[in-house]
Write a protein that binds this ligand. Structure first.
Ligand code: RIB
Length: 275
């Protein structure tokens, strides 16, 4: 009897709980879980495959009803061996781009395109992207979209690799300045904010000397100086819809597989300006 077996819990795996993107995502999960009378257990394994697999096993042993997985370290193998074998429903999204079962998709290609489009509209000619050297597929798509749009105007982007954290953004400063770019697209807001600090230490002004834009639209964007132009992801909704879909799947294991597409959009603030 399914009802007897249910623990009314869902497990949530995110890559980095220190990033406000994921804390807002988790807020969305909590909100929807309360409505649906489920309790989420959240784990942040920071790209550590062994640790994630450990948490996964623990959750399964504790009879969790389903999982939301936003991190990429879970392999196809772990999905097969642990989740499928135990018939535990799961929903994959964001950094986890394995196409298998229900998904929430945000349009990263379009996100990259609208970032490029905005910077082109301001007359910029030289562009740099800052991103991690081993990007997950969702990040690769942002780069693709950005490149595609620039190419349409006969422009190119130079890419600088650094970890996807504030510190990573900060540490990329010298390399960014070694390019002739006037417009920088950071792969997420945290990197952009780290870069702000590096530029300030060199007495450079945003946006007068360099235009900077980020990606995500975390709440901090309104509190940094200048307020950060970005590509908005509907983060709360991603958490809410992921929970909705997963609980639906827990209750109707044989229903048709679903993908929900959520839009992204440009938010123009004060960190981008005409060349
Ligand atoms: O800021 C965290 C980033 O990693 C976001 O852009 C999100 O989409 C995730 O992949």
């Amino acid at each position: 009897n399914l009802i007897m077996k249910s623990s009314k819990t869902i497990g949530v795996l995110v890559p980095n709980i220190g990033n406000p993107f994921f804390s807002t995502f988790i807020k969305g999960i909590q909100k929807k879980s309360r409505e649906l009378k489920f309790t989420p257990f959240v784990f942040s394994a920071n790209h550590d495959e062994k640790l994630e697999t450990y948490y996964l096993k623990q959750l399964v042993e504790r009879a969790t009803d389903g999982l939301i997985i936003a991190s990429a370290s879970i392999t196809d193998d772990a999905l097969d061996q642990i989740l499928k074998r135990n018939r535990i429903p799961y929903l994959l999204l964001d950094q986890n781009t394995i196409v298998d079962g229900d998904r929430i998709e945000t349009d990263d290609i379009n996100g990259g395109r609208i970032a490029a489009d905005h910077l082109l509209s301001l007359g910029h000619q030289h562009f740099t992207m800052v991103m991690p050297s081993e990007p997950t597929n969702n990040l690769v798509r942002r780069l693709q979209g950005f490149q595609e749009r620039l190419k349409e105007d006969g422009k190119q982007v130079s890419v600088i690799y650094s970890p996807m954290t504030k510190q990573g953004g900060y540490e990329a400063t010298d390399e960014v300045l070694a390019t002739d770019a006037t417009a920088i697209f950071a792969i997420n807001d945290e990197m952009a904010i780290g870069l702000y600090r590096g530029l300030r230490e060199k007495d450079l002004r945003v946006p007068q000397d360099l235009s900077i834009m980020g990606y995500d639209d975390i709440d901090l964007d309104e509190y940094v100086q200048p307020k950060l132009t970005t590509v908005h992801q509907p983060i709360m909704q991603m958490g809410e819809q992921a929970t909705d879909l997963l609980v639906d799947r827990i209750q109707h294991p044989n229903a048709e597989v679903k993908t929900i597409h959520l839009p992204v959009n440009l938010v123009i603030r004060d960190s981008t300006a005409n060349v």
